[in-house]
Design a protein around this ligand. Structure first.
Ligand SMILES: *Cc1c(COP(=O)(O)O)cnc(C)c1O
Length: 415
């Protein structure tokens, strides 16, 4: 497309715009279990109205928009409130999990340097299941990343001992996930905390997908192990609002145990032709809409709202567990939140993935080991029986050699 020489009327552009969604994944019909968190129309309406109300405002200018500055403070305070944030804990809103993780690493590195550590490159020790955002951040900052194989006992948990052994004088951070994305498993954060303390290393908990889920699951009686600032060695956390916080996209939080740790995150600069500027995160301009929508959804839902929604997601996950086990699948580890991965001892996971995809299901896959992967939303409660029916049909078709086509293509894409 070229920029049109003359503009077109909005009703015409709008029709074109909406038509373009015609071939997108059918998430409104519950057929997508990745990318979108569908918590219902009321929450979507809150997101939309709140976002548009502050769409033009800019979080870069707290003096111009004290509204946004206060909303961000409120969001951080609410976040710390559900994650055992200690007195003096602090943080910032970011554009997403990748941004939160990048900034936590930047803070840890600058903290190490400020403490007099002469780092060559510095390194970070993470479990093999940690999100690739850590690799991206390390690539950007030229830090070495050490991925350590998981325990070999089918728990899909981080191997704390091996991670501890991988730390050396250059290590600036250890990482655990709560939960990890590929298997949905919460790493043994308390044990990682003890290891981090023995090594004198900063422990970051990546709760991007669990930070606004696990606390409420626990309130519902799910036996969630200690994973947040309750563990004394945890120095920072990443927790995404645009996932199970049900906020509009472009909203995450990065949290720090103390102001002393946090102060290594913001970028403060005055040696250029323009006015001095301080930016807390990777972004310059920060969308006011994302801040306003997160603040509004949190207030709209409250503790009881999150407990209800996360309870629905856990109930759906239990139905998936029962359903896929009945079809002969095995669940990877012991997932307790909203993510689940499962594989079949006989059927090729990627062939099944392809067959399900052709029936309109857009989900994810886990590669180690090859498995089907679901990230469940509250609205999936209404669609999971249909998913299981299609899965049964696809498993038979794949077993009969009738619907294996495309497996190579999927395999090539994912390996
Ligand atoms: C989604 C996710 C991230 C990255 O978050 P983005 O918002 O996609 O940048 C990091 N870690 C985990 C565990 C995640 O699930």
């Amino acid at each position: 497309m070229q920029l049109p020489a003359t503009g077109r009327p909005w009703d015409e552009v709008k029709k074109d715009l909406l038509d373009r969604g015609g071939n997108d994944a059918k998430w409104r019909d519950g057929k997508t279990a990745v990318y979108v968190f569908n918590a219902g129309e009321d929450i979507a309406a809150v997101q939309k109205e709140a976002y548009t109300a502050y769409m033009s405002e800019n979080g870069l200018g707290p003096a111009a928009f004290p509204s946004l500055a206060q909303m961000e403070k409120d969001v951080i305070s609410m976040a710390l409130g559900v994650l055992h944030g200690p007195e003096g804990g602090t943080g910032a809103m970011t554009s997403g999990g990748t941004d939160s993780i990048t900034m936590a690493i930047k803070a840890a590195r600058d903290y190490a340097r400020a403490g007099g550590r002469a780092l060559e490159k510095g390194n970070i020790v993470v479990p093999q299941s940690a999100h690739l955002a850590f690799d991206k951040a390390c690539h950007l900052m030229d830090i070495e990343l050490r991925r350590i194989a998981l325990k070999t006992d089918d728990t899909f948990e981080a191997d704390v001992e091996a991670m501890e052994s991988a730390c050396d004088a250059e290590t600036i951070m250890m990482v655990g996930s709560a939960p990890n994305f590929p298997h949905g498993i919460v790493d043994p954060i308390a044990a990682l905390g003890e290891a981090a303390q023995r090594k004198g290393v900063w422990l970051h908990v990546d709760a991007c997908v669990g930070g606004y889920f696990a606390p409420f699951a626990r309130m519902n009686g799910v036996p969630v192990p200690a994973f947040d600032f309750e563990v004394p060695a945890v120095k920072s956390m990443s927790a995404d609002l645009h996932k199970y916080g049900y906020a509009a996209k472009g909203a995450s939080t990065v949290l720090f145990r103390t102001e002393e740790l946090y102060k290594h995150m913001p970028f403060d600069f005055s040696c250029w032709s323009g006015a001095p500027m301080t930016t807390p995160t990777l972004a310059g301009t920060r969308p006011g809409g994302a801040i306003a929508a997160a603040w509004s959804v949190m207030n709209y839902l409250g503790v009881d709202g999150y407990c209800r929604l996360q309870g629905e997601v856990c109930a759906t996950r239990e139905r998936v567990e029962e359903g896929v086990k009945a079809l002969g699948f095995e669940i990877l580890g012991n997932p307790i939140l909203g993510l689940i991965a499962f594989s079949h001892p006989e059927h090729h996971a990627l062939a099944l993935y392809g067959a399900m995809y052709r029936r309109g299901w857009f989900t994810s896959v886990t590669i180690e080991p090859p498995s089907l992967h679901l990230m469940l939303s509250p609205r999936h409660a209404d669609f999971i029986d249909a998913y299981l029916e299609d899965l049964a049909a696809c498993a038979s078709a794949v077993a009969a050699g009738e619907d294996g086509k495309g497996a190579e293509k999927v395999e090539a894409r994912y390996s």
